[in-house]
Design a protein around this ligand. Sequence first.
Ligand SMILES: Cc1cc2nc3c(=O)[nH]c(=O)nc-3n(C[C@H](O)[C@H](O)[C@H](O)COP(=O)(O)OP(=O)(O)OC[C@H]3O[C@@H](n4cnc5c(N)ncnc54)[C@H](O)[C@@H]3O)c2cc1C
Length: 550
Amino acid sequence: MAASVDFVVVGSGAGGLAGAIAAKLNGLNPVVIEKAALWGGTSALSGGGVWIPNNHLMKRDNIPDSYEEAMAYLEATVGEVGPASSRERKHAYLDAGPKMVRSLEKLGFTWIRAPKYPDYYQKMPGAKVGRTLEASNFDANRLGAMLHTMRRNMMRPLAITTDAAPKIPTMLRSFNSLMGVMTVVARTLKFRIKGQVPLSMGQTLVAQLMAVVQSLDIPVRLDTPLKELVQDDAGRVIGVKVTTAQGEETIAAPRGVLMAAGGFAKDAAYRMPLQGVTGEWSPASPDDTGDGHKIGAAIGAELALMDSATWYPVSISPDGTINVGIWERTLPGSIIVDQSGQRYTNEAASYVDAGRAMLERDKTVPAVPSWLVFDTRYRNRYFFGQIPPRVTRQYVESGFFQKGETLEELAGKCGIDAAGLVATVTRVNSMAAAGGVDADFDRGDNVYDEYYGDPAHRPNRSFGPVDAAPFYAVRYWPGDLSTKGGLMADAHARVLRADGSVIEGLYVAGNNAAPVMGRTYPGAGATIGPSMVFAWIAGHHAAGADVSVC
Ligand SMILES: Cc1cc2nc3c(=O)[nH]c(=O)nc-3n(C[C@H](O)[C@H](O)[C@H](O)COP(=O)(O)OP(=O)(O)OC[C@H]3O[C@@H](n4cnc5c(N)ncnc54)[C@H](O)[C@@H]3O)c2cc1C
């Protein structure tokens, strides 16, 4: 038994680290146990957006927001999908979120806003622009030896920020976009000149959290998977059984256990019956295997919303890389069609809606995969992911891009119904010519759709003709950023049984938990936000502290 530890945090993603910090601040002695040899989880691979309405950075920048508006927006977008998203849990999230942001800032965590990032449902009451926060760029060297075990993404170390990302694809189209990219280059050089390695997005998020964890002397044990929860005779969770290189070990947790072990995106056998997909199109961490779900359920925890995921249309490069770009389907000159050649959704809608639409469509018309169809004008103007404009031949040769001199030829190569594709493109082109209004799916009629659009394209930044031969197509799959369903919890993040009773001593946050956001994704950062906030709440509750005064 590790005598000094009194609170065990399972998982070293954003949720786990935030929960451990909260527990320590309130006088507990937490330990973070991590299954993998690397810490950071899917959080480290993420965009690092954290959706916290009504935060003090907005106030500082004179951006009006309020608890009431945020609640109205959550009520309108999330709706009633069971106790995970009860009014009490929404309240807990909206109340504790801004306090957590401020407390972490006091501990040296540097937040910045993504001032232009719109909430995803702009027509809903209470929608805003600029609620998403992220960690500022951070020098990787400050982590010391912990840097070597941080889960790394595939991006080169760049001092990029969320609001700079949409400028990349259109940097050859607009001076403003070019300046945005130049700012990133300049910021990166500034780091480099000082011998620093800039981290951004999910990397800086977990790195800054880890820096706080280190400053508070919270132990993090890698290669230490949770195997079982230990309960006393009354059913209270009082410890964990883990395996290590030395064998099985029991760690006592008299103040409780926080489950923050992520989702189940990568356990195909567990996932398939629940969601009808295997996870092969998910870029979540390979350790996202639902351990926390299974171990929680084994002691009677209720599972909810297990059919839900943060759906995300993806393409797959020939080397197997899962591409999670947004702008490819948002820029004008592209459309998504099913295998009958028809559009079925607003391609520029939020990734959750666009991904779910693909799965829904597939129930009636083959739509997995769907095809992103675009023309030469689009290819010559915009980056496709990281592929520069005009660079095309090698991607045609590798089979990533299909190419046709005519739409009929393209359809033949892709197995799309040719007449259907021609009819769809003809209609798109006529709508584009007649004022650029997408009368079928409203693409581009709000600032969210425009965010990843082309500022130089008028009248609709996101919708335009597909008429410049040759034509191209890329397969699109219904991927996801991880799963959403999990252990049911109350507003204190305490895990519940099916009868609504509390499993004392057991807390849950993040993708391990049934989400406060239900099946919806209201804004950028709507998984990491709740993950951190409910872990924060758990850390307080376990210590007997009042989160409302933190
Ligand atoms: C490319 C990409 C971009 C994304 N961008 C965003 C974004 O900008 N904003 C946003 O909100 N969301 C984003 N997401 C989704 C987001 O990253 C995840 O939903 C979130 O990070 C989950 O956090 P978590 O703390 O629940 O789990 P994780 O960060 O996955 O951490 C869970 C940890 O638990 C560990 N673990 C698992 N089983 C055990 C066990 N038995 N014992 C001990 N440890 C265990 C795992 O190894 C992992 O390290 C993105 C995802 C991807 C893939």
